[in-house]
Write a protein that binds this ligand. Structure first.
Ligand code: NDP
Length: 504
């Protein structure tokens, strides 16, 4: 199955995927032009894909770390060579500015490179240190692949979000069946097609397409693990479906990330980062900055700088359309709710929503119980709240059930404040930077999910720890046998007291 590209052929409701003659057709949210069409998979087709993947996974695992590394680095090279093509397709399908698509693809390529180069070190067989009481055995650890990993992805970062788990899963020796969002099937299929150019022997990376029911079918198809990225509501459904078969899950869900600006922050740099963090990809970013808590001494200067910088962003240039049409109503509701509760729009506001675009919107004096503060807003909006000190900022930042990422600007206490945020990641004196650092694990806490992609923890998600002991001598303290004698048990008692009986 290969992607059929059909740029600029038919015009439909911009952004709304449609089903036509068994095909899923995705369209540009900006123009309505068709971006690509892929065949829809029914439950049987999903099962068949997983069955094929099982055989492919066994073959892929059998290649070993070194051969997989070579193939993955070849794929990385292909993606780097064809990065403009991938960015153009992503632009056509999501409306995201091509420059943003390039940045997204660059981070994904970095993760493939790191996973390929480090899988053997992190997951390969190694000797473990033994302990005195079991010194007659040597210990061995390795991480064995699950076989098939099901990856379910969202539409907002259709390259980077699936490639995080895919790079870890493939490097660990698994086959992957990807279910991309119905809004971005073409990008998902492109990834599978290009991988098949490098690995033509077996369908090691496949894509299956359709709506949510196809994702649910993938959860039920007997995969070794599901790596899901999407909303918290769907994450709960995925976990419930996977519970039927005790299929393990990794859940990367939504967020409502906060940025804290301390008194000794570089205010201009903080404002630049706040605008980028909240408005890149038109604010449709799981780790996007949605709330800012600025301490009183720098509040006015910070707000002025944010309004000035955000006011320069142009619709259709830096700010693309809202990819998923139904998000428009949510953004409008959040802005309206903020204003109705006494908030003020210093930029944008009620008129900012002009489908398919939303203009940059900066809100202040927004009540903490407002939807704009409490619920995920997938638009180029940001709230800024004045706080007395960073203690208050941390308390407010931690008040939501979400806990994905966050940011702190400040010199003396940046890292200390970062540690106190209940999130999986924090950037100090920047925003979002942790997602591009391949050595760092990525994932959230609370309603933002659990499990990690990227880095060593991300690799270990895709291998089962396998522990092996090998006897190398007879036991001096034979504990695990019915043939032990009372004298030997006494020797064990003596040894335990000697080794562990002394108070530190
Ligand atoms: P959704 O939760 O709506 O969908 C995510 C994926 O799940 C889609 O492929 C969707 O298919 C599929 N799906 C829907 N229903 C089911 C089901 N019952 N069983 C299995 N799969 C199902 O999220 P969005 O696509 O709207 O993505 C936006 C969300 O993703 C935001 O909340 C954002 O914060 C979050 N996100 C989190 C990231 C992270 O790393 N933590 C990164 C990026 C985004 P279909 O599209 O066909 O309905």
């Amino acid at each position: 199955m290969r992607l059929r590209l059909a740029f600029m052929t038919a015009t439909r409701t911009p952004g709304m995927p449609v089903v036509e003659d068994g095909f899923l057709v995705s369209t540009s949210p900006a123009t309505g032009a068709e971006a690509g069409r892929v065949p829809i998979s029914d439950e049987k087709a999903v099962q068949a894909a997983v069955d094929r993947a099982r055989t492919a996974g066994a073959w892929w695992a059998g290649l070993g770390f070194d051969a997989r590394r070579t193939r993955l680095l070849q794929w990385r090279a292909l993606l780097a060579q064809r990065i403009e093509e991938l960015a153009a397709l992503t632009h056509a399908e999501t409306g995201k500015p091509p420059a943003d698509a390039i940045v997204e693809a660059t981070a994904a390529i970095e993760h493939i490179d790191w996973a390929a180069r480090n899988a053997k070190r992190v997951l390969g067989p190694r000797r473990m240190r033994t302990r005195l009481l079991v010194a007659e055995h040597s210990g061995h650890l390795e991480y064995q692949p699950y076989g098939v990993i099901g990856v379910i992805g969202p539409w907002n970062y259709p390259i980077l979000t699936p490639l995080g788990p895919i790079s870890g899963a493939l490097a660990a020796g698994n086959a992957v069946v990807l279910k991309p969002s119905e809004y971005t099937p073409a990008v998902g299929q492109w990834l599978a097609d290009t991988f098949a150019e490098i690995v033509p022997e077996q369908p090691v990376l496949q894509a299956v397409h359709g709506l949510g029911d196809v994702g649910a079918a993938l959860c039920r198809a007997g995969v070794g693990k599901i790596a899901f990225t999407g909303s918290t509501a769907t994450a709960k459904k995925v976990m419930a479906t996977c519970a039927e078969t005790l299929t393990p899950v990794l859940l990367e869900a939504g967020g409502k990330d906060a940025l804290i600006v301390d008194a000794d922050a570089d205010v201009d740099a903080a404002a630049e980062a706040a605008v980028w963090g909240s408005m890149t990809n038109a604010g449709q970013t799981c780790i996007g900055i949605e709330r800012v808590y600025a301490v009183a001494p720098v509040y006015d200067a910070f707000v002025a700088a944010v309004v000035e910088k955000a006011g320069k962003l142009r619709i259709g240039e830096e700010i693309g359309p809202i990819t998923m049409p139904s998000q428009i109503d949510i953004i409008r509701r959040h802005i309206d709710d903020a204003l109705a509760g006494g908030g003020r729009a210093l930029l944008g506001g009620a008129d900012a929503v002009q489908p398919p675009h939303v203009s940059p919107t900066v809100l202040v004096d927004v009540p903490e119980d407002s939807a704009a503060i409490r619920e995920e807003t997938f638009g180029p909006t940001v709230t800024i709240t004045k706080v007395a000190d960073t203690d208050e900022a941390v308390t407010r930042a931690n008040a939501l059930p979400y806990g994905l990422g966050g940011a702190v600007f400040g010199k003396a206490n940046g890292i200390r404040i970062a540690r106190r945020l209940h999130t999986g990641m924090v950037a100090v004196n920047s925003t979002l930077s942790f997602v591009g650092m391949a050595t760092l694990p990525f994932g959230g806490v609370g309603d933002s999910g659990f499990g990690r992609i990227h880095g060593e923890d991300g690799l270990r998600e895709f291998g089962r720890a396998k522990s092996i002991t090998v006897r190398r001598a007879p036991s001096l303290l034979p504990a695990m046998t019915f043939e032990r004698t009372p004298a030997q048990v006494q020797r064990i008692v003596k040894a335990v007291k000697l080794l562990y009986g002394r108070r530190p």
